[in-house]
Design a protein around this ligand. Structure first.
Ligand code: FES
Length: 353
């Protein structure tokens, strides 16, 4: 599907200059689906678009981007209908490996063979073994393998939705829906950092969704320092992942048993702030992220910040309401879809925890 960029706003369609977006070019706005193949989505069709005031029925265009994809124009040219929604597809399991009691790695064959979208920053999918569509669970994409038309997922089995993967064997099928892209908050900042330096802080399983961040930062020529608190995460698995993805890990105790940020962690953060590191990324629980946000508040200037998105997701489409939060803004925030800046994120953290 070809997407277009318009210089003029939608009120003067005859004056619009069209520019083809390069295939797979990343366009970030407040919505993680903005200008993707899923845009305009059902929110736009039903007057609830996160980005576009015109789609929301207002009589003016409040778009602040100078060069941007026009959701309204695309909706009109598609007959007022949303682009096809992501559907569940059946995928064959081509490899399974168990790590300890709780972790299972599975490799899935993607039916149409195109894994390009799965490698995008923050990509995650909903998977299930059960016929019931309400039983799918969001899992971040660990890696994609274009040559084998496959993706890899590492699943922690700890509840009803994930325990069904315990008996999964090579040759079985799972249902997959996606990819979705809001697994990371701050995608724009991560993608925008080139030739600079970044510090990535992960605790336990927070390392998994942060791997894509580390690899993207490295691919963009940044110097990346990665700090890890193993917590009670599978040590063998962490060692394996750091070897396979060639990530050097510096071990840091990030919190004590009460969740208080340790002096050691504070001094590492302080060192990076003094050294003017361009971006700090945090892959850990919301509780720890909130505590760190309070520490960052004590500095007069902080660099760009990104986080993993820990919110509970159900539909991933901004419709069901499972991920919504109220902050002091006119509407609720759909954390499955919306990209937030640091200030908005801090407000949500205060409400949520
Ligand atoms: S998960 Fe359904 S609205 Fe976000």
């Amino acid at each position: 599907m070809v997407k277009y960029v318009y210089l003029k706003n939608v009120l003067n369609p005859q004056n619009m200059t069209k520019y083809k977006l390069e295939k797979n070019m990343e366009v970030y706005s407040k919505c993680s689906d903005y200008a993707s193949d899923a845009c305009p989505c059902e929110l736009a069709e039903n007057g609830c678009c996160i980005v576009c005031s015109m789609c929301r029925g207002e009589d003016y265009c409040s778009c602040t981007d100078t060069v941007s994809f026009c959701v309204y124009q695309d909706l009109i040219s598609n007959g007022g209908k949303a682009r096809p929604r992501r559907r569940s597809v059946s995928c064959q399991v081509t490899f399974v490996k168990q790590y300890g009691d709780d972790f299972r790695f599975i490799r899935l064959n993607i039916p149409d063979g195109d894994t390009t979208e799965f490698k995008k920053l923050g990509a995650y999918v909903f998977v299930r073994t059960n016929e019931n569509p309400h039983f799918d669970t969001p899992i971040s994409v660990l890696y994609d393998e274009q040559k084998n038309n496959s993706i890899g997922l590492l699943i922690q089995m700890q509840g009803i939705k994930t325990n069904c993967f315990r008996n999964l064997q090579k040759g079985d099928s799972v249902y997959l829906r996606g990819p979705y892209f809001n697994g990371i908050q701050g995608r724009k900042m991560i993608a925008g950092l080139r030739g600079g330096s970044a510090a990535v802080f992960c605790r336990g399983i927070g390392f998994l969704p942060s791997l894509g961040v580390i690899l993207t930062l490295k691919a963009n020529g940044n110097k990346v320092d990665v700090y890890l608190d193993r917590g009670n995460f599978n040590t063998h698995l962490l060692n394996l992942l750091s070897r396979v993805f060639e990530v050097h890990l510096s071990e840091v105790d990030m919190c004590d048993e009460t969740g208080k940020i340790t002096d050691e962690m504070r001094s590492v953060i302080d060192k990076h702030l003094q050294n003017e590191t361009g971006l700090l990324h945090f892959g850990m629980s919301d509780y720890l992220i909130k505590n760190i946000a309070e520490i960052l508040d004590t500095y007069s200037q902080i660099p760009s910040v990104s986080f993993i998105n820990n919110v509970q997701m159900c539909c991933g489409e901004g419709i069901c309401g499972a991920c919504t939060r109220n902050i002091d803004s006119p509407g609720v925030v759909h954390l499955c879809k919306e990209q937030l800046d640091m200030e908005e994120l801090k407000k949500i953290m205060k409400v949520k925890i």
